[in-house]
Design a protein around this ligand. Sequence first.
Ligand SMILES: [Zn+2]
Length: 218
Amino acid sequence: MKSPKSASRSADRGSLVGELDDAPSTSKGDAVDLPRIERAVREILAAVGEDPDREGLRETPARVARMYRELFSGLHSDPCVHLEKFFTEKYDEMVLVKDIAFNSMCEHHMLPFIGKAHIGYIPSGKVVGLSKLARVVEEVSHRPQVQERMTEEIANLLIEELQVKGVAVVIEASHSCMSIRGVRKPESVCVTSAMKGIFRSNLSSRSEVMQLIYGDRG
Ligand SMILES: [Zn+2]
């Protein structure tokens, strides 16, 4: 089974524990380097013509550094772990979790995009707790992202970890890089979908999942 980069990275970290107790925070695979972000934010403030030492901005670099640590926390975790605890069930009808709220950071502009993910799958013996799907969305979204890739990544995780018969992932989000700059279209919503297995090959399954996701909207 293919394991993602993040899995081997966290495994590497584990083997280093105890050996490199006083390794600098910049060591490879370590968590976010807060002082480095602080220096960079100071630099940006100076570069746009601000005085980073004026009272209102003094705490800003540290605050932004902590914020980035939170927003990019998914770089240091492996979403697969949430799918490892499954139940063995004969159930082979669709499971759908709708309206999983998320926020992510567009990797092109480092600005947030915010929306909802809908995940439908048809199990082949392995069923996960519903909250686990929300955990997967949370971790995949807490990285520099593009919405299209995020959609694919979630679908592929369900295929690789649960060997589902079919998976449908639909994500709708509004991108602040489109609403506050550039074309400035604040109401636009970007919709992406990834259909795999039965949902790709069978039109009526695909229609059914789309109907369940969007059916109650006028
Ligand atoms: Zn963008």
